[in-house]
Write a protein that binds this ligand. Structure first.
Ligand code: AMP
Length: 186
């Protein structure tokens, strides 16, 4: 099983991704987690990514495409994966198509989790108080929402045109949402 998770910041992609990966026994690849690990390690990629992340902007496409091309070569990615937070732009989606084609990997679905924007901003402000994530502050949250609608939302149409888009209501209790996702993937 090879999946993409789409949805605005705060919709619960990470939480649902983990549960769906357990169900299918596939790996969870979150580009946000990968970039935060690079920042913590103060690697070249991490240093480059930091200013983009802290300002709620997207890290350049070529950086993400290089990371994912390498990561999807690993043995643990051959049985299946769920991509959480990638692709986030049309060039990333086109790049991913090429990367997958080269590896003869077929995408099963792009799951889009949907929710009301004001609810999401409040959730993220609450998460920021707990997680201490440097980009969970109100102004950066608004910026990340804007980036989602400007740069990532066009992917909904991109995957709809390929007949791969599955939209799922992301509001409600955690296990109910997981059930909804698993239902559309049957
Ligand atoms: P996330 O944890 O998915 O919300 O990602 C946190 C931040 O990491 C984003 O606001 C971006 O700055 C950066 N990031 C994560 N994934 C990507 C991606 N696919 N393309 C560009 N930037 C990304």
């Amino acid at each position: 099983m090879r999946l993409i998770f789409l949805g605005p910041p705060g919709v619960g992609k990470g939480t649902q991704a983990k549960r769906v990966c357990e169900n299918f026994n596939i790996i969870h690849l979150s580009t946000g987690d990968i970039l935060r690990a690079e920042m913590a390690a103060e690697s070249e990629i991490g240093k480059k990514a930091k200013s983009f992340i802290d300002n709620g902007k997207l890290v350049p496409d070529e950086v993400l495409l290089r990371i994912m091309d390498n990561r999807l070569k690993n043995d643990d990615a051959q049985k299946g994966y769920l991509l959480d937070g990638f692709p986030r732009t049309i060039p990333q989606a086109e790049g991913l198509d090429k990367i997958m084609e080269n590896k003869s990997h077929i995408l099963n679905a792009a799951v889009s989790l949907t929710a009301d924007e004001d609810e999401l901003v409040q959730r993220l402000i609450n998460r920021g108080l707990e997680s201490g994530r440097s980009d969970d502050t109100p102004s950066v949250i608004r910026q990340r929402q804007k980036v989602y609608w400007d740069q990532t939302a066009p992917l909904l149409k991109y995957y709809k045109n390929k007949n791969l888009l599955k939209e799922v209501d992301g509001l409600g209790n955690i296990s109910e949402i997981t059930k909804r996702i698993l239902r559309v993937l049957k």
